[in-house]
Ligand binder design. Structure first.
Ligand code: PEP
Length: 259
């Protein structure tokens, strides 16, 4: 990848680790990453909502170089949305990055492209950065529909955004069949789809925006697969689920991304 795009490795903890475990995990993670690595790689952690205040306090008190993230949010600031999370409240907790459109949210909780687009706008409105996910199912892949599916999701998710917003955001390509399954796309396949995404961004927003937007791969990333992935010219980082729960493994992924 060009040196102008700083790699970004994000740990999506999903519904794992209570707030005590979260505090131990971020402290151990930060301790195991050499300080200079943070100049070369952005590292975000995305704990469950019940942990965010605790993790924020540790990051601030110990002056950790980790970026605080969330796993999703609603698009409205407040209102009668039982159980939902306001992007305004996340911003108040100093959350920097919010994942939206994760396939688990789409498949298990009915999130549509339109909802994802509303979330992307809401995240920007509150000064945070979206990590917008896209990806195909196994059936779609086997039917040769990977690019069509992914580029449709990307176009819908980016609707009505300004070019500078797109340039500053993160897009995560996550083939659904590779999430939590131990199966990963080959580095070549990940590169091909990430390149197609960058091409589509360029066609819609211009080549400068395409050159700036950061594109992650996600799907059973481990330390052992990171080097080859990060060597791909259009892969700028990784969205990591299971392996981010182990501070030692996640630290190795981060350090490989810095090399
Ligand atoms: C994810 O949670 O986005 C993810 C890619 O999970 P895993 O790394 O466990 O496949």
């Amino acid at each position: 990848m060009p040196t102008s795009r700083k790699p970004i490795i994000s740990g999506n903890w999903k519904m794992n680790l209570n707030h005590f475990e979260a505090i131990q995990t971020v402290q151990k993670l930060h301790y195991s990453i050499p300080k200079e690595v943070f100049d070369k790689v952005d590292v975000s952690v995305h704990p469950p909502f019940t942990d965010i205040r605790s993790v924020q306090t540790v990051i601030e008190a110990d002056d950790l170089d980790l970026l605080l993230g969330a796993q999703h949010c609603h698009w409205d600031d407040k209102g009668a949305f039982t159980g939902e999370i306001s992007p305004a409240f996340l911003a108040k907790l100093d959350v920097k990055l919010v994942v939206c459109g994760h396939s688990e949210r789409r498949d298990l909780f009915g999130e549509t492209d339109e909802m994802v687009n509303k979330k992307v706008h809401a995240i920007f409105k509150h000064g945070m950065t979206p990590i917008m996910c896209c990806g195909e199912s196994l059936d779609e892949r086997e039917a040769g529909e990977t690019e069509a599916k992914v580029l449709t999701q990307v176009a819908a998710g980016l609707a009505k955004l300004q070019a500078d917003q797109v340039a500053s955001m993160v897009i995560a390509y996550e083939p659904i069949w590779a999430i939590g399954t131990g199966k990963t796309a080959t580095a070549d396949d990940a590169q091909a789809v990430c390149k197609a995404i960058r091409g589509a961004v360029g066609a819609q927003f211009g080549s400068d925006v395409a050159a700036a937007v950061r594109i992650q791969y996600g799907g059973s990333v481990k330390a052992g697969t990171t080097v080859e992935l990060m060597a791909q010219p259009d892969v700028d980082g990784a969205l990591v689920g299971g392996a981010s729960l182990d501070p030692d493994e996640f630290s190795r992924i981060v350090q490989f991304a810095a090399d």
